[in-house]
Design a protein around this ligand. Structure first.
Ligand code: NOJ
Length: 584
């Protein structure tokens, strides 16, 4: 069965053209299918009112920047009302904008300007939990009839010494027990994240209906989509199948972990439950109904840190409708600073292999939870990773700052804000889990607070080195990551990148290359992930020969636009990355 969304695609004319060896390519594409999404961590992007915290008017004032770098959609971290225990991933009112970020009117203005610039706005949404300051939770805690069953409530145990104990061994992904006691209700509530983030009960149909209403509400306002964050956590096992009590999770046996560590347990009862896919399918119908009515596709994206088989199941299976964009984390999770060309090829192939054939791929190298490319790998590889994200087939997602090669900032314990880091109570080792370093203010210039804010103090310190590593500096430089990024997004309009096929090779342990082509227009993107000079033969690719012309070269490359290189012998400096076009 096809999603109703397909019905509106009838308005598109399906043109299939033959090319290559009996290959067919479908030239119909909806707005999102090869779009560049620019992911904004709202608190840190641009502060318009001088309080040291980024806001909606700040984003509106910088929308032209997105246009300039070739982004087609802005993806905002949660902007809903929140006590900010987890900086917006703890929502207390899903229908209102967080006052410190602006008003509903400010948001309307953002939408208006985005519309004028033809930039789509998509919003991060958090279905798994609310804030403990949500009216729903307060009413549920006091057992108010309608809300009583909106969260996961469970009785605890009494220990030998008469002390209170949680219902079972479940651990929060922020560490320590996933259960907290509510004196008001004299029961424990489940929170798979922070103590202030109680999990909603998706086995209650009223909760599902309310979430659908919220989705409708924001889509009706004119946004182009929502991202269902941590979606794989929404269901826990059905306790009715376990005698009415949630069972303990099995112990992983991983060395060096304490029962307070998330990795101590295998999360077989709290993550990736089958019912999640049924829920996603139901929610997708809400998106599709509005898309059909307005003849404009509203997309559902899903964010699940899980294994690849579970991840690609979010595409749907022909019976259940899926998500338009199940996020692909292979370039983060399958790679580290020791990865070489073979690992890159393996990671790229893995997603392409597991993904259903006709669905769009998507690529990203970072988000507000993970270390940045320049820090996770090395600054010299920033352009190579941007080439992967922007020139592999499908959707490209850039976390703000990756286009200029931002580094992780340094945030000392005394200024640490991330609840995950604070929860360690460890002023030394908190740094291993802290997400603050990837959330430091965006460097616009070498002005006060790197142009992010006029405040005397910003919510997180500005990253060191931003007097050089900033947009203004890279904009005026002849060669910079910013210039490379722009050149890459410009290339994406060409058919070879929009519709073209993919072939990839690890030419040796250090050099990874991929070919994109459409009809006679052929490109080879070649990147040296090693630290030594290499010479490779690109005629190893089928139908690549003759002279290749440089379209884009990484910042430290000695090559410039239009340089010619023979396909049979391409010499590459350490870290050099090139986009080459075959001469007709
Ligand atoms: C996933 C988000 O990416 C992360 O930042 C947040 O802490 C958790 N969900 C909990 O909402």
């Amino acid at each position: 069965m096809l999603s109703p969304m397909w019905n509106i695609l009838i308005v598109f004319v399906t043109i299939s053209v033959a090319y290559g060896k009996n290959d067919h390519v479908d030239l119909t594409q909806d707005w999102w299918e090869t779009a560049v999404f620019y992911r904004i961590y709202v608190r840190s992007f641009m502060d318009s009112d001088g309080d040291g915290v980024g806001d909606i008017n700040g984003i509106t004032s910088r929308l032209e920047y997105l246009k300039e770098i070739g982004a087609e959609a802005a993806w905002l971290s949660p902007i809903f009302k929140s006590p900010m225990n987890d900086f917006g991933y703890d929502i207390s009112d899903f229908y209102t904008i967080q006052p410190e970020y602006g008003s509903n009117d400010d948001f309307e203005q953002l939408l208006k300007k985005a519309n004028e610039l033809n930039i789509k706005i998509v919003l991060d949404f958090v279905p798994n939990h609310t804030s403990n300051e949500s009216e729903w939770f307060i009413k549920s805690s006091s057992r108010e009839e309608y809300y009583s069953d909106w969260y996961i409530w469970e009785n605890g145990h009494i220990g030998h010494a008469g002390e209170r104990q949680p219902p079972n061994n479940w651990v929060s992904s922020f560490g320590k027990s996933a259960w907290s006691y509510s004196p008001a209700r004299d029961q424990y509530y489940l929170h798979q994240f922070g103590v202030a983030q109680p999990d909603l009960n998706y086995r209650n149909p009223v909760v599902v209906d309310e979430i659908k209403n919220i989705i409708k509400f924001w889509l009706e306002k004119g946004i182009a989509g929502l991202i269902m964050n941590s979606v794989n956590h929404v269901f826990e096992v059905d306790k009715d199948n376990y005698g009415g009590h949630y069972p303990d999770e099995p112990i992983t046996g991983k060395p060096g972990l304490s029962p307070d560590d998330y990795g101590y347990l295998e999360h077989v009862y709290t993550k990736d439950q089958e019912e999640t896919y049924e829920l996603v399918s139901q929610l997708r119908e809400v998106f599709d109904a509005i898309s059909i009515r307005d003849n404009m596709t509203r997309i559902m994206m899903t964010n699940a840190y899980t294994n690849i088989k579970n991840a690609v199941k979010y595409y749907g299976d022909g019976i259940l409708y899926g998500s338009h964009v199940p996020l692909n984390f292979v370039l983060i999770e399958d790679l580290d600073k020791y990865s070489d060309a073979r690992d890159i090829k393996y990671a790229v192939d893995r997603w392409i292999t597991y993904k259903p054939l006709r669905k769009q791929a998507n690529w990203l190298t970072g988000d507000h939870d993970r270390s940045r490319v320049a820090s996770r790998f090395r600054p010299e590889l920033v352009d190579a990773f941007n080439m992967l994200v922007l020139l592999l087939p499908g959707i490209a997602i850039t976390y703000m700052g990756e286009e200029i090669g931002m580094l992780d900032g340094f945030v000392p314990w005394s200024e640490t804000k991330d609840p995950l880091a604070c929860n360690t109570d460890d002023p030394v080792n908190f740094i291993e889990v802290s997400r603050d370093p990837v959330r430091t203010p965006f460097p616009w210039s070498n002005g006060k607070n790197s142009g992010f804010s006029m405040a005397d103090r910003t919510w997180l310190p500005v990253g060191e080195g931003s007097e050089h590593l900033n947009v203004a500096h890279q904009r005026s430089a002849v060669r910079s990551h910013y210039q490379v990024y722009r050149a890459l997004t410009n290339l994406r309009v060409r058919a070879a990148f929009k519709y073209g096929r993919l072939e990839s090779l690890a030419l040796n342990n250090d050099v990874f290359a991929f070919k994109r082509w459409h009809n006679d227009d052929t490109y080879v993107i070649v990147m040296n992930f090693g630290r030594t000079y290499q010479v490779v033969n690109l005629t190893s690719f089928d139908l690549v020969f003759g002279q290749l012309e440089v379209e884009v070269s990484s910042v430290l490359s000695s090559r410039t636009y239009n340089d010619n290189i023979p396909a049979g012998s391409v010499d590459l400096a350490a870290n050099e990355a090139l986009v080459l076009r075959m001469q007709a």
